[in-house]
Design a protein around this ligand. Structure first.
Ligand SMILES: [Zn+2]
Length: 125
């Protein structure tokens, strides 16, 4: 891959990394805010309080789920950026051929080309 294209994918990945970092920050806030409400929330009315707690627990659970997903994605972005530095970006980890750039445009963190992915999916059955 030539330097210009490599730079294009690098910019794309850096932008995505920024987005993910912002989402992680927001999700952390949701998780922390739920804790805060638990301790200092509105205690007027028992039933209302119970319902409120239930929602909080669910919101927090969701936030943690998304958080771990975003962290995994962040790791994939970091790995892809590392491969750009090592000049290994866009090379299929299975067959060693260059991955189709159209695929990289859609999934810039991918490490496997379409034919190999299909072959692996078949093997798994
Ligand atoms: Zn391949």
């Amino acid at each position: 891959m030539d330097a210009k294209k490599l730079q294009h994918f690098k910019d794309m990945l850096l932008e995505k990394r920024q987005e993910v970092l912002e989402r992680i920050e927001q999700l952390r806030e949701v998780a922390l805010e739920s804790n805060y409400k638990d301790s200092y929330g509105d205690h007027s009315g028992y039933a209302y309080h119970m319902a409120d707690q239930g929602t909080d627990a669910m919101e927090r659970e969701k936030a943690f789920l998304f958080l771990s997903r975003e962290k995994k994605y962040l790791q994939q972005i970091e790995d892809a950026l590392q491969r750009i530095e090592l000049n290994e970006y866009g090379i299929c980890r299975v067959c060693g051929e260059e991955i189709d750039e159209k695929r990289l445009e859609i999934v810039p963190t991918t490490r496997i080309c379409v034919p190999c992915k299909l072959a692996e999916a078949k093997k798994k059955g």
